[in-house]
Design a protein around this ligand. Structure first.
Ligand SMILES: *Cc1c(COP(=O)(O)O)cnc(C)c1O
Length: 371
């Protein structure tokens, strides 16, 4: 039997690969390779898609976070509240600008950052809070917007896993003062290499980002600030323009596959399936299940040639690189519990019915024979 990959690039919707290849050939023929017409068009199209004022193409999702924090003037002496269960980029970006990341416990059901939790970590030094739409489910943005307003802090979104996800009919990335997107190849909207975007409806933030990503240049060879080089590549922008047109179809397919898992895996052993919060759309960047037999289940699936992944095996506060933050094991029981019980199942556009049924059968077999 063919191994089932955790993730694989497939031609979905059919013909996408040919369209991407053609777009690349056209962009090469255009002979403008940096900040050319493809980047400009993608920025316009992505902002329009999201219903946000501006999108600025940058090198990757991490840079997008750093640039947003810089744009808000976050730096030494400031605190930024971020969820304890996120990809380390969110925390790293805060450290990069010289500020202090303050970790917050996630909600035990949605695994997301909540206003209720964030509020407990806000101090007079807090300059911003970063909502991470984890696994593709949007955070409860009404509550977070209200909190940010009441406590006079900036609200940023790490939307790297939530392209096209909606909260009350509004897209993730259009709620905060600004949002960071990653177009890392495996994301719901992925390039063929590294890429990212800053999104903001605030013109001063957008203007800052547009200059900062290109050495602070307002015009050629005239820098208004000390910036960096984090430009979105022209070829990647050409690819992203094609894929953006299919984003809703790809997300719908992810949601359909998730529905199949949800229906077939309910009431099995101690499995906890992803929960949807009211109004919080989910685009299933990751389909995360939980069980106290996680390691055993993963090993069993591996033996059946089913690949899985773990997001994330070690919470940020327990990673060796972040011991200087001063946290101890036990400081974030929910985040630690998630790290030791979470397992991500294969879910990507193009996963076949047969493959998904094999994943489901293997999990059922695990529980019928062992637990
Ligand atoms: C992928 C990801 C990032 C970082 O994006 P890169 O493009 O890899 O720098 C940041 N935050 C979250 C939540 C992510 O999933």
């Amino acid at each position: 039997m063919q191994p089932i990959p955790y993730f694989q690039f497939r031609d979905f919707p059919r013909g996408l690969e040919a369209q991407v290849q053609q777009a690349l050939l056209d962009a090469v023929a255009g002979k403008q390779y940096v900040l050319g017409p493809q980047v400009q068009a993608f920025e316009t199209e992505f902002a329009a898609f999201l219903g946000a004022g501006n999108a600025i193409g940058v090198g990757n999702g991490y840079d997008a976070l750093v640039i947003l924090l810089k744009a808000l003037g976050v730096g030494a002496g400031d605190e930024v509240v971020v969820p304890a269960n996120t990809f380390i980029a969110t925390v790293n970006a805060v450290l990069q600008v010289g500020a202090m990341p303050v970790l917050a416990e996630p909600d035990v059901h949605t695994y997301n950052f909540t206003a209720e939790s964030a509020a407990q970590y806000i101090t007079p030094k807090t300059k911003a809070i970063i909502a991470v739409h984890l696994y593709g489910q949007v955070c409860d943005m009404d509550a977070l917007q209200q909190l940010a307003q009441e406590r006079n802090v900036f609200l940023l979104e790490d939307a790297a896993q939530a392209h096209g996800a909606r909260y009350k009919n509004q897209f993730a990335g259009s709620f905060g003062h600004g949002a960071a997107f990653s177009f890392y190849p495996t994301k719901n909207l992925g390039a063929l290499g590294d890429a990212g975007a800053v999104v903001s409806s605030h013109i001063d933030i957008a203007d800052f980002a547009r200059k900062y990503r290109n050495y602070g240049e307002a015009q050629k060879y005239s820098s208004e600030q000390v910036g960096i080089n984090s430009r979105l590549d022209e070829l990647q922008a050409a690819v992203l323009r094609v894929k953006l047109r299919h984003l809703q179809a790809m997300n719908s397919e992810r949601q359909r596959l998730a529905e199949v898992y949800l229906q077939n895996l309910s009431q099995i052993g101690d499995l906890i399936l992803p929960a949807s919060a009211p109004h919080c759309g989910h685009v299933y960047h990751i389909f995360n299940i939980r069980t106290k037999h996680r390691n055993e289940l993963q090993a069993w699936l591996r033996k059946q040639d089913v690949a899985t992944a773990i997001h994330y095996p070690l919470p940020v506060h327990l990673q060796p690189a972040y011991t200087s933050l001063g946290y101890q094991p036990g400081d974030f029981p929910v985040a630690e519990e998630l790290a030791s019980t979470s397992l991500s199942l294969p879910l990507f556009p193009g996963l076949t019915k047969h493959e998904q049924q094999r994943v489901i059968a293997a999990i059922k077999q695990f529980y019928s024979t062992k637990h």
